[in-house]
Design a binder for this molecule. Structure first.
Ligand code: AMP
Ligand code: ZN
Length: 468
């Protein structure tokens, strides 16, 4: 069975479904004020790998991933985040309504996931559409004595009311005094204790995205969103919660306190966090200025699934240092495997190479040891004792775990139908532009082709087109 590192116990533990045959998972999703960078996508891929591994053993996976479109403020490393709402700031910058911004980047997020073969979740609840559930949860916490209305009209969670606070991240309340949540906040807010955090923030003047509530107009805190949505959609006990390592504190610590206090017991069975992606040695982040997007990978002429393969070559619980060389190397391997699989497909069919298949699944189940899984495939590729037909079967079987589209024809159009008049000329021109690294012309030609109803995708085998 699947074993994963559990942040709470700091050990690799079996993930045990509460309901036999059904694995319930909540994954923290994106804040939709910008394109997801490939670091964010590495974290989203973690949940996809878990899901594929569980499904390979016949489990059904119910996955919920939230869309944060309100309440995520700039200073999210503080226990009680402060500053401007990330979405409102971006809306001001682009001179658009915050909801236009949110829907635009939400669409982009779904496209990026699809490009990387990350299968869709069962539900993508938006924070802005779950305000009622959050208000109900906050009322419940006030009634239970875990939350209070502060002097400033905002509602705060009383950190000291929950004994188990700090168990997930190791941050004890007494240690927080000098650090997170202490500096520069208490004077300006109506909280009673430095480590309390806002569940509902009273609206300031002219604040867009506010809602009425028993405490007046305001907006929810970021942490309460995930408690309300997970409890509502997955119930008061679910099996696994995922997210990036930076979310362990304060986001998940606070979510755990809220959820556990609301229902009176431990809600999440297993917490698993993905380590950060570095790019050329530095953490990928907007603030670091080293953001790479899926579109940048495609712009450079790589199949975006090369990125997926590059991620698989390091383990999720370790930092991964990505580079353009690593992506190019992964693209070459992908090319080689696809060509090999296509060649093996021509051979007489043969049963699965069971020992290799077992080893492959075993590596995935062993805390997602994806580097080992890739070694298994490399060994199988070279093993002269295994007939080609069996190699084909085993790679195809393994691709349900890997998600690399290993069984497809290189360089062929996805849908073979007739191009509209003039499109072939534009495709040829674009191929020449790309060969000459004239990306501006290539983009212009892609737009012109889109105008003719032709979508173009760049792959290692050249450009692929399909009719839209
Ligand atoms: P955000 O959209 O900023 O809320 O982040 C979405 C997800 O990406 C969260 O789970 C973060 O923990 C995760 N994340 C942010 N930066 C990185 C990074 N450099 N590498 C991996 N995951 C990241
Ligand atoms: Zn969350």
């Amino acid at each position: 069975m699947l074993r994963l590192t559990d942040t709470m116990t700091k050990s690799v533990r079996e993930v045990v479904p509460g309901t036999p045959g059904l694995l319930t998972v909540y994954a923290c999703g994106p804040t939709v004020y910008r394109y997801a960078h490939v670091g964010n996508l590495r974290t989203f891929l973690l949940t996809d790998l878990i899901r594929r591994t569980a499904e390979r053993r016949g489990l059904r996976v119910k996955l919920v991933q939230n869309i944060t479109d309100v309440g995520h403020l700039q200073d999210d490393s503080a226990i009680d985040s402060s500053g401007e709402d990330k979405l409102l700031a971006q809306a001001r910058l682009e001179d658009k309504s915050p909801f236009v911004i949110a829907r635009f980047y939400e669409d982009a997020f779904h496209r990026d996931l699809a490009t990387l073969n990350v299968r869709p979740a069962d539900a993508y609840p938006r924070a802005s559409e779950w305000i009622d559930a959050m208000v109900a949860l906050i009322s419940r916490l006030i009634d239970a004595g875990n939350a209070y209305v502060g002097d400033d009209g905002s509602v705060y969670f009383a950190a000291e009311s929950y004994d188990g606070y700090g168990r997930l991240s190791g941050n004890r309340l007494e240690d927080l005094r000098a650090g997170h949540g202490a500096t520069g906040e208490s004077a300006a807010t109506g909280k009673r204790f430095h480590a309390d955090w806002a569940l509902w923030k009273k609206a300031g003047e002219n604040r867009e995205m506010t809602w009425d509530s028993p405490w007046g107009f305001g907006f929810p805190g970021w942490h309460v969103e995930c408690s309300a949505m997970s409890l509502d959609l997955l119930g008061d006990r679910f099996d696994l919660h995922t997210g990036g390592i930076d979310l362990r504190f304060p986001h998940h610590e606070d979510e755990r306190a809220q959820s556990n206090c609301a229902v009176g017991h431990e809600v999440v069975g297993h917490w698993t966090h993905g380590e950060h992606l570095l790019f050329e040695g530095r953490k990928m982040a907007k603030s670091t200025g080293n953001v790479v997007l899926v579109s940048d990978v495609v712009e450079r002429g790589h199949d975006p699934l090369a990125l997926r393969l590059a991620f698989l070559s390091s383990r999720y619980r370790q930092q991964a240092n990505l580079s353009w060389d690593a992506i190019a190397g992964a693209a070459r391997t992908l090319d080689r495997w696809r060509a090999a699989v296509a060649a093996w497909a021509e051979s007489p069919s043969a049963p699965l190479a069971q020992a290799y298949a077992d080893e492959l699944l075993g590596a995935f189940e062993d805390d997602l040891d994806t580097p080992r899984a890739l070694q298994v495939l490399r060994r199988l590729e070279k093993d002269a004792a295994v007939p080609d037909g069996a190699k084909f079967e085993t790679f195809a079987w393994g691709d349900a775990l890997l998600g690399l589209d290993l069984v497809r024809q290189v360089g062929q159009p996805v849908v073979a139908t007739e191009l509209p008049p003039g499109a072939q000329e534009l495709l040829d021109e674009r191929a020449t532009a790309r060969a000459g690294k004239d990306f501006a012309a290539s983009d212009r030609l892609r737009d012109e082709l889109a105008g003719l109803g032709v979508a173009v995708k760049d792959t290692p085998g050249g450009q692929e087109w399909s009719l839209t």
